[in-house]
Write a protein that binds this ligand. Structure first.
Ligand SMILES: [Zn+2]
Length: 501
């Protein structure tokens, strides 16, 4: 029988289990995994039980639990398919030239994304950008999303105060992203569906969606329109906290108005400092060449405690963006004071004395291993004077912290295999591994890429949800290249195929 996308599956036959945690006695033996009503009901030596219904023949392939990306900006990631990629650009002048050749969209704007101005060899100038791009409103979004570069026509259109170089940072930059992402549903929803298909083809069954919007409405609409490619837990930002509390939304609740239980309320999400690439992450030592700049706390600690107290009392978990060591210390303090549960997002620079506090407080470390590799030159230069620990993956894991992996797409590609490879092998471009002592085991990397994370990974076990991925190679014994090139033969979400090769 040939099965295709959308079909329900009753048996995955002749598979090898490669889960990071397992209680079955079968070792390398081929097994059949029997499923019913969205859950695993039995695991038996291949052929021991009759195979009824729809059977996927794994032909000896390796079966792992469904993968999660714990930090995605879904609309921003989906929309980036329509934006001019600027990741390869090495100067401001080149960025301006590339954008000048882009045809404006239906709304009259030109939009590019993914630039990394920290690596540019010249100084951006608004006059030069205007000379290249003229009267067409032109927008460029930093790879880290914490800054945008606009020409004068765009600044006028958005009624933003002109900065001397045309850059906007932090909240005004987020506001520009929100406006650019606010496109009619008939344009964005097909892009989101395509993004979900691409994710399923990489073995992803779920994402935490941290778009800066009232996400419940969007997900209920998409699901009513037939979206069924991923599980989604969506974040709630401070501007929507009162509304969420007033309407009684609690973490884990199914999105109201949706016709399935795939979309659920996720955490209260708050951004408390800037980023490394924009040189705004709140650190204990100044940025080089800029003695007054130690980054910024975008939420003062008292306000953070106040918001987290309300969120916790209302039944919401908390996801706190903290990149610099000062921001991480304040975030940990706020978890300690409020008794909140949830995660610190990024944890890119952590004081040595703060590393054990994640485990002690039960705060998940939601990290993006690809950033460590993409940012290695930035870390080695603009964070060279910092005394705290950059990208402390193994240190956190060894201290007992629960690691959750994500991409922060579009900051890096939504690809859990790239994240696992970066976490374990600490390189991505053939260079020598960066700080290899902070590499984690493949077992930890795979576990951190499942729901539950490195300490409590999803299980392949009777009673567990039938969220499963068939891999052409054994991920627990793969090298860097094999992980990155992993062929996913099938992805099953609640017993239904969301991808078949
Ligand atoms: Zn993010």
């Amino acid at each position: 029988m040939t099965l295709s996308h959308g079909d329900h599956v009753d048996v995955i036959a002749r598979a090898r289990i490669a889960a990071p945690e397992r209680f079955d006695p079968f070792g390398d033996e081929l097994v059949d995994v029997h499923m019913a009503e969205g859950a695993i009901v039995d695991i038996a030596p291949s052929g021991a039980l009759p195979r009824h219904g729809r059977v996927v023949d794994a032909d000896g392939a390796w079966l792992i639990p469904g993968l999660w990306d714990h930090h995605v900006h879904v609309t921003q990631w989906a929309m980036s398919a329509t934006r001019e990629p600027l990741g390869h650009v090495t100067t401001a002048a080149q960025a301006a030239a590339v954008m000048s050749a882009v045809a404006p969209g239906a709304d009259g704007r030109r939009v590019g994304d993914g630039f990394r101005d920290a690596f540019w060899t010249d100084t951006p100038s608004l006059a030069d950008l205007d000379a290249a791009t003229g009267d067409v409103p032109t927008y460029m979004i930093n790879a880290d999303v914490h800054s945008v570069w606009l020409n004068s026509a765009a600044l006028r259109r958005e009624q933003m105060e002109h900065s001397p170089d045309g850059f906007l940072r932090e909240e005004p930059a987020f506001e520009i992203s929100r406006r650019l992402n606010d496109v009619p549903a008939h344009l964005s929803d097909p892009l989101v569906s395509q993004m979900a298909r691409d994710a399923a083809a990489r073995g992803v069954v779920g994402v935490v969606d941290l778009d800066m919007a009232w996400n419940e409405e969007a997900w209920a609409r998409r699901i009513r329109g037939g979206f069924d490619g991923l599980r989604v837990e969506f974040g709630i930002y401070p501007m929507f906290l009162d509304r969420a509390l007033t309407e009684g939304l609690q973490t884990g609740d199914v999105a109201r108005g949706a016709s399935s239980d795939l979309a659920r309320v996720g955490p209260f999400k708050v951004i408390t400092d800037g980023s490394l690439g924009t040189r705004t992450a709140a650190c204990s030592h100044p940025y080089p060449g800029d003695p007054g700049n130690r980054g910024i706390l975008t939420v003062d600690p008292a306000t953070l405690v106040d918001w987290m107290t309300h969120a916790t009392a209302g039944g919401l978990s908390c996801a706190v963006h903290a990149i610099g060591d000062v921001a991480n210390a304040h975030a940990l303090d706020a978890f300690a004071v409020t008794g909140a549960w949830g995660s610190i997002e990024h944890a890119q620079l952590v004081a040595h004395s703060d590393i054990p506090r994640f485990a002690r407080l039960g705060v998940n470390a939601s990290v993006q291993p690809t950033h460590a590799i993409d940012d290695r030159d930035l870390t080695d230069t603009i964070w060279a004077d910092q005394t705290a620990h950059p990208y402390p993956l193994k240190s956190l894991a060894d201290s007992g912290a629960n690691l959750l992996f994500g991409s922060d797409a579009p900051v890096s590609r939504l690809d859990p295999w790239a994240a696992m490879a970066a976490a374990a092998f600490r390189t991505g471009d053939g260079r020598e591994p960066w700080r290899p002592d902070e590499g984690v085991s493949l077992r930890t990397a795979v576990a951190a890429s499942t729901r539950g994370g490195s300490n409590d990974p999803a299980l392949i076990h009777p009673g567990a949800p039938a969220d499963l991925v068939l891999c052409a190679a054994d991920p627990l014994h793969a090298d860097d290249g094999a992980l990155r090139a992993m062929v996913v033969g099938a992805t099953v979400l609640g017993g239904r195929l969301t991808h078949v090769a």
